[in-house]
Ligand binder design. Structure first.
Ligand SMILES: Nc1ncnc2c1ncn2[C@@H]1O[C@H](COP(=O)(O)OP(=O)(O)OP(=O)(O)O)[C@@H](O)[C@H]1O
Ligand SMILES: [Mg+2]
Length: 607
């Protein structure tokens, strides 16, 4: 197992700590384990393949009695019985061909589904850090492309081995049975063919590895540029994106053409060798027939077997490529399956009781990755139940990072976050997160109905509850104005709604969740003052009776909270009420006057 293969397997997973390399043998064992439940489909499929291979041998074998008995000796008993045999043989072939082909496809499709479902389940269990580190398209391509690749390649390997491999063996049997000396003559081309197979195989393997990486790149690009269309258009980057896609596509094309060239040349090259072998046999066999040491029937039976062996031998030559392809695909799939989420429930994790007293940051330090600087540095902060705390500070000062530690999206590097004195790492993620509602600037909605978006997380809420939540979120009016009301589908990520409407839907969603802890991260900063007012009103209602952590750039929206915490470079530099902090005349006061002045300027009548 080379370093290179391993790199290919992880091509688009920018992992902080690379997963251990998986040996080919282990890949095979793991794959077999997934296939094992389908053994009662596979075994009959294999048997059918063997029968199919045997019928091939039988056809070549029958040429001899047909020619010698029917045509030369003019045996009438044979004339009446042999066509029957041939007919039965072909009927049998039809049945076994269908059975093996359908059974294999059935197992293959099911294995793909199983792999996809398992991969997806595994991805859902990964923590946010993983999704931040990996391009969405790359992850999607693991589920869609690589699993199918694995199926196709593995199915080819099996049917090649069993169907074609055994066909060759049966035909070789006929060759040697008919005339072993002539059989030896027909093998003259073998060394040349072997060398060629090896060389072509090696080339194909390299090319297919590159293709799998490129496919990941293409999917990633598509995903990014399609979901980011608004930005692409706003910045007039259509040409740039087109060029990027064209470049990717061209690289893929060049690679595919190279592969096509190898495939196309390997066939005539093999033909040449086969032609050489057949001429040698005609020369040798013709002499033998003329000399009377062999019969015409034997000779034709021999030639038939030789010609029939040709196609299966050719497909056997690709078996190594297919094997390598399936190993590469299996490696890409299992590498993802082996990733362990960093955030996991401890074996001793207990359910978290509803918040009663405090959320406490105890000397918390945090960095996103080893080697990066600390984003939070010695944070000590205690939030009492029911308190509203605002976080302010420059962009990049660590506000979002700090609030993301509460639902344990990330684990602290040092120190601890505790709820009622219990370390978050000691409680189950499920019970922790069920207590927290989050509203962020970037609203995440799904391409579903308004109803399902609001009831996300608990689909069993009554229509009355839903209406009440929508009303409290100032969303009822616009929902009812839509043609299908609560049943309106809002488009991918809610593209059919305005920013403020999206925000109010997400507030309704949080209201319905009715969690005791609330996190608002710049929930209003993307809105104009008019929709900010309606959203702010909805937020006020949402905050009522909840322990809230609020981040806002516009200080006017946080003036009335119980306590304001000012962050700078990951440290708390000031803390207190609005009035306290103004009196302190520090950073907060400066922020305040700065924004105040701006607003004054904006409000002055133009002259
Ligand atoms: N996923 C991440 N990986 C690595 N670094 C990150 C990641 N997310 C944020 N950072 C870094 O952490 C620092 C703090 O980011 P954070 O998002 O907490 O700032 P913020 O105070 O919320 O800023 P803003 O007001 O602009 O939202 C920044 O320097 C940022 O570059
Ligand atoms: Mg932020």
């Amino acid at each position: 197992m080379s370093k290179k293969k391993d790199r290919a397997a992880r091509a688009d997973l920018h992992l902080t700590s690379p997963p251990p390399d998986i040996a080919n043998k282990d890949l095979l064992i793991r794959f077999l384990r997934i296939v094992w439940p389908y053994r009662w489909y596979l075994i009959p499929a294999f048997v059918c393949m063997l029968i199919l291979a045997a019928t091939n041998g039988a056809i070549a074998f029958l040429v001899q009695p047909i020619l010698d008995k029917v045509f030369i000796e003019q045996d009438t008993v044979m004339l009446s019985s042999l066509p029957m045999v041939v007919m039965l043989l072909f009927a049998l072939r039809g049945v076994v061909y269908f059975s093996q082909s359908y059974l294999m496809e059935m197992v293959g499709q099911r294995v793909v589904r199983t792999l996809q479902v398992r991969l997806y389940a595994h991805l859902m269990a990964m923590d946010l850090g993983f999704f931040h580190a990996n391009a969405t398209g790359g992850i999607i391509s693991r589920i869609t492309y690589d699993t199918n690749m694995l199926k196709v390649a593995a199915a080819s390997v099996t049917s090649n081995l069993l169907r074609e491999g055994f066909t060759v063996i049966f035909l070789l049997g006929v060759l040697f049975y008919r005339d072993w000396q002539m059989a030896m003559v027909s093998l003259v081309g073998l060394p040349a063919a072997g060398t060629m197979i090896y060389l072509f195989g090696r080339r194909m393997r390299r090319l297919s590895q590159v293709r799998q990486e490129l496919m990941g790149g293409v999917t990633a690009h598509l995903e990014e540029s399609i979901s980011g269309q608004r930005i692409v258009k706003a910045f007039g980057m259509e040409r740039y994106e087109r060029a990027r896609f064209r470049l990717l596509n061209r690289t893929l094309l060049a690679n595919n053409l190279r592969a096509a060239k190898v495939r196309s040349i390997s066939s005539p090259a093999m033909d040449m060798i086969a032609g050489f072998a057949v001429s040698a046999v005609i020369l040798y066999g013709g002499q033998a027939v003329i000399a009377g040491t062999t019969t015409t029937g034997t000779f034709f039976s021999f030639i038939t077997a030789l010609l029939m062996a040709y196609d299966p031998i050719k497909s056997l030559t690709t078996i190594n490529n297919q094997l390598q392809e399936s190993l590469a695909a299996a490696r890409r799939v299992f590498t993802v399956m082996d990733l362990q989420p960093v955030i996991r429930d401890a074996p001793t994790a207990q359910p978290l009781a509803p918040l009663r007293e405090t959320i406490q940051f105890d000397n918390v330090c945090f960095r996103y990755r080893e080697g990066l600087p600390h984003v939070l540095d010695g944070i000590n902060l205690t939030i009492r139940a029911g308190e509203r705390v605002a976080l302010v500070g420059h962009s990049g000062s660590g506000k979002s990072t700090l609030v993301n530690l509460v639902p344990r999206f990330f684990d602290v590097t040092e120190g601890a976050v505790r709820i009622d004195g219990v370390d978050l790492r000691q409680v189950t993620q499920r019970t922790l997160r069920s207590q927290i509602a989050i509203v962020t600037q970037e609203v995440i909605l799904f391409n579903d109905t308004v109803r399902n978006n609001i009831a996300y997380g608990d689909r069993n809420r009554s229509p009355e509850e839903l209406r009440a939540a929508a009303q409290a979120a100032n969303a009822l009016e616009f929902i009812e104005a839509m043609p299908e009301g609560f049943e309106t589908v809002i488009g991918d990520r809610g593209v059919r709604l305005s920013g403020g409407q999206r925000q109010r839907l997400s507030i309704a969603r949080s209201l319905l969740k009715n969690a005791p802890i609330l996190i608002l991260d710049e929930a209003t900063s993307a809105l104009d003052s008019e929709s900010e007012r309606t959203v702010q009103e909805a937020l006020e209602r949402l905050m009522e009776g909840r322990t809230s952590l609020v981040i806002a750039h516009r200080l006017s929206t946080v003036q009335h909270v119980d306590r304001i915490v000012v962050l700078r470079d990951g440290r708390i530099i000031e803390e207190g009420s609005h009035a306290d902090l103004l009196a302190l005349e520090g950073e907060y006061a400066r922020f305040h006057y700065l924004q105040f002045q701006e607003r004054e300027k904006a409000c002055q009548p133009r002259t």
